[in-house]
Design a protein around this ligand. Structure first.
Ligand SMILES: [Fe+2]
Length: 354
């Protein structure tokens, strides 16, 4: 099995040399930034420093490596305290405003206290990002993206999860033919051996509990190429039903990893990279000591480090696209749904200068 994957990668590398890079983007998830105000409780140690490092990677990138946009996969703030509005202010001022490229938000459970579909719990997020940024769609250089609010990933099927499911169905109809990436803070599948993951993560949201969402995604497996998620503070890429589920640990905890995506004419390349060793803090690990009396492992990851970080072959993937992207397309266009099935373009900007 491994040999065939390596062989594919070697072939891909040879082919890639001849292919155009259309654009790159970076994924920010689980930054868990918090305004460090007097009297506030301690949170993930060093999280703010690591988030600033992520920002600086974008700021300092040479023009040819500069991402076209920063895509959130949720939990940019730590929240979970009454005045978490201050966390949004801090993130906006220190991380988002200085960015030279657009930031596309996504709701994580720490941005609204697990409050998907509950108006009161979303007031702070809505005030900072504006209306329409819970479930939305964008197109970038011929790729379609569906950003979903799965901040209530723990919810058993109910009216709130069904609204999410129906939005996805309408989005897939809207996007029609293009290859699609789904963005969901909460993963849709078990990203580690299920029984172990339930224990090591310790929350019901180890995956989206309304499994109809995954069913809808897989029913469009001819178009959906990947699901980008976060939430678990684990890194790895898993394939199911021909769809790659991509999860970086984020920068708030340990390990501190971020994903970046390079889009080519006929494929996308995803890499999960570690932050520098001096910024890593094992005390921020939620799947082992000190949170648990033991360091968890599973059948595919017999040591704790691979359980946390994934094996090398789970940290880089080349995903071929069944339909080539238009080389001349240089636009990112964001659409919000004003009423069911009514889409309004709310933003458009070039992916590359010039
Ligand atoms: Fe989360």
């Amino acid at each position: 099995m491994r040999l065939s994957i390596y062989a594919t990668e070697v072939t891909d590398l040879l082919v890639l040399k001849k292919r155009n890079v259309l654009y790159r983007f970076v994924v920010w998830n689980d930054l868990h930034s918090r305004a460090d105000l007097p009297g506030r409780p301690p949170w993930y140690p060093g999280a703010n420093i690591r988030a600033l490092w992520a920002r600086d990677q974008v700021l300092k990138a040479p023009a040819e490596r500069r991402p076209a946009f920063v895509l959130s996969a949720g939990d940019i703030i730590d929240g979970e305290i009454p005045d978490y509005n201050q966390d949004f202010r801090y993130v906006k001022e220190t991380l988002l405003d200085p960015l030279p490229v657009p930031f596309l938000p996504c709701l994580g459970n720490h941005e609204n206290g697990q409050g998907e579909g509950i108006e009161e719990k979303n007031k702070a997020y809505d005030a900072w990002f504006g209306p329409g940024w819970h479930n939305y769609v964008f197109r970038a250089g011929g790729l379609g993206f569906v950003v979903l609010d799965t901040s209530g990933g723990h919810r058993s099927p109910d009216g709130i999860t069904e609204a999410r499911n129906q939005f996805l169905e309408r989005s897939l109809r809207f996007l029609k033919e293009e290859p699609i990436i789904v963005v969901s803070h909460t993963p849709l599948i078990a990203m580690r051996e299920e029984e172990v993951l339930r224990q090591s993560f310790g929350f019901d949201s180890w995956k989206v509990q309304d499994e109809r969402l995954l069913g809808i995604v897989e029913s469009a497996a001819d178009r959906v190429v990947a699901v980008i998620c976060g939430h678990l503070h684990l890194s790895g890429i898993k394939e199911k039903a021909g769809i790659y589920h991509i999860m970086a640990a984020g920068t708030g905890g340990y390990p501190a990893d971020l994903a970046s995506v390079t889009v080519y004419e006929d494929r996308i390349e995803v890499t999960i990279d570690s932050l520098p060793a001096e910024l890593q803090n094992p005390d921020a690990n939620i799947h082992g000591r000190p949170r648990h009396p033991t360091d968890f492992t599973d059948s595919d990851h017999p040591d704790h480090e691979s359980y946390l970080k994934g094996h090398p072959w789970e940290r880089r993937i080349l995903i071929p696209l069944k339909r080539s992207l238009p080389v001349s397309e240089n636009l990112l266009e964001v659409y919000h749904e004003t009423e069911c099935g009514q889409w309004e373009k709310v933003l458009a900007f070039p992916l590359k200068d010039g």
